[in-house]
Write a protein that binds this ligand. Sequence first.
Ligand code: ATP
Ligand code: MG
Length: 339
Amino acid sequence: MKNQLPTKRETILTGDRATGPLHLGHYVGSLKQRVSLQDKHDQTILVADMQGLTDNANNPSKVSSNILNVVADYLAVGIDPTKTTICLQSQLPALAELTMYYSNLVTIARLERNPTVKSEIKSKGFERSVPAGFLTYPISQAADITAFNATLIPVGDDQLPMLEQTNEIVRKVNSLAGKPVLNECRPLLSQTSRLPSTDGKNKMSKTMDNAINLGACEKELRAAVRSMYTDQNHLRVEDPGQVEGNIVFTYLDTFHPDTEYVSQLKEHYQRGGLGDGVTKKILEECLQELLKPIRERREQYLNDKSQLIDILRTGSEISRHKTNITLHSVKDIFGLNPF
Ligand code: ATP
Ligand code: MG
């Protein structure tokens, strides 16, 4: 799948599971892009609470308690509800209905082959006890994307297999219809489509409890940067160090605005004479500067929950209308609109 920048007005759908507050991975992986896309495109953001339940049904409050946190994160980074529609997945019944119809077009074998689902089933230790809703979440993502007839999806690279599966469903539906009813979509990857966690072992993720949240306080941010993996062979300051795989440099590359300065730091580190304490201090300052205004705005929004609820309610009403139209067209294909 190609990563082409949009040249015309596109319909964009993105979303996040309401499984925790958003983190720096979301910021560089998709939030920043969404802020710049909202001026020129028709953008909807879905707070995926139903999808959050697929691996949290035993602890539903983990999802319900994070819905407004996620909305506050959106507003805090600059998503503007007058330009972007923000809606709540569980309030759009057409999505669940479409999921049901599409389920008949996808085999269990195909779902089990989806590389992201496969690795998530493994890392969560589900084996055969995987909830049916979790195994089939690519179908529900296809329902989300097609319900809005979205053409462009800004995502992290873990989501690429979902878009491939979505397009397979689109082609099946269109071939049943004998004409193009649904649009195929394409991904828009950011420069950092997979920010690693501070230990460098996995991608930063809400569920793996390895995230630096956008609302992290100064102290938490300091502790997270201090715990970062560097070069384990860089024992003394004067030793030459390695920048590849050194998470502090991965983050400096991602977040520091002055790329020339970062390359000088890298050369110095590789030569020897630059300590990890210093590189971490530079990174911490840069991240503190980035997160301070986001944290402050986030707190303000969370102090007025009724405003957040209003934004979600309005966005969900608009989206209910749009998604019902697609549902009607898909039901037509199956001959299920008798009245
Ligand atoms: P969970 O662990 O509950 O799955 P998550 O941290 O993976 O949460 P999602 O809500 O699944 O977050 O992802 C929302 C979007 O953010 C997706 O497009 C995903 O690719 C992107 N994203 C998530 N984590 C990262 C990351 N570390 N780097 C870049 N993009 C990311
Ligand atoms: Mg995820």
